[in-house]
Design a protein around this ligand. Sequence first.
Ligand SMILES: Nc1nc2c(ncn2[C@@H]2O[C@H](COP(=O)(O)OP(=O)(O)OP(=O)(O)O)[C@@H](O)[C@H]2O)c(=O)[nH]1
Ligand SMILES: [Mg+2]
Length: 307
Amino acid sequence: MSLFDRISAGLARTRERFNEQLNVIFDRGPEIDEDFWDSLEETLILGDFGGPATVDIIEQLQDSAQRLALPDGYAVFDRLADTIAAMFTPTDCDPLEQSPVCVLFVGINGSGKTTTVGKLAKAGTEAGRRVLLGSADTFRAAAIEQLDVWAERAGVPVVKRERGADPASVSFEVIEKAEAAGADLVLIDTAGRLHTSDDLMRELEKVVKVTRKRAGDNLPVRTVLVLDATTGQNGLQQAREFNKALQLDGVIVTKLDGTAKGGIAVAVSHELGLPILRIGVGEAIDDLRPFDAHDFARALIGDTHVR
Ligand SMILES: Nc1nc2c(ncn2[C@@H]2O[C@H](COP(=O)(O)OP(=O)(O)OP(=O)(O)O)[C@@H](O)[C@H]2O)c(=O)[nH]1
Ligand SMILES: [Mg+2]
């Protein structure tokens, strides 16, 4: 299966929902009238693209329709994927490709942080990098074991402490070990937390601060939000809060295989100016994909042309 086909398979549910909506639009006829724009806007909102991105997409399409004297709704639709793709904030410098780098993974409970760290560890070793994992999720004993299992699968070492240890001091130790071992890709898992919990958000700020201080100038420390696509619009609020606290470097959107809310990736990237770094399309170790805005947009809307 080509990379595009795999992404496309992952986004099948989002696409199906989207296409049902589009069929309703085109059942009425292909004229570009006010109804057409209203329905298209509604389709984007229902697809979790969010208000700001939806407005921008519609405005750009209206502009093209007028400027190029597009004959019908199908011609507008032909430009939709490119217009959506342009809404994503581009990845100027992928923190996961930097070397050396330390990346902290943050997000709400169950968003897919530990799984994503495991997947990235494998991809990293396959790319010939020296990977070190750190378990700063000291909240649950099971969390430490879970990361252990992924580390074993990926064949990489992991730094861990007992349950209840201070997550900032674990991260401190991870950096120490990383330096000693000459690791160039350091991936630190953190405990899930609600973006609404002030205490836990402060704790996370401290973890990042301590890690940065210990890492110094030679090892950049980045923060990546792991966002569960199935949470839809709530994901946008999560992203806002985590970004406010940590000034995120990027987002990984997971569980795109199990949801019709794939448009949330557009909403978050557009509104917060954050690049989407990878996408999760399944639970297995190989189910993390590179992100390409054009492929993603095409996979999101499909090419239903019910002409
Ligand atoms: N379908 C699907 N499931 C995923 C994906 N990523 C993670 N999961 C599943 O989501 C569940 C939670 O994943 P974890 O990696 O434990 O999430 P977490 O963010 O570490 O959770 P906490 O540490 O409890 O906050 C697991 O059952 C994973 O297998 C994905 O891309 N697709
Ligand atoms: Mg976890």
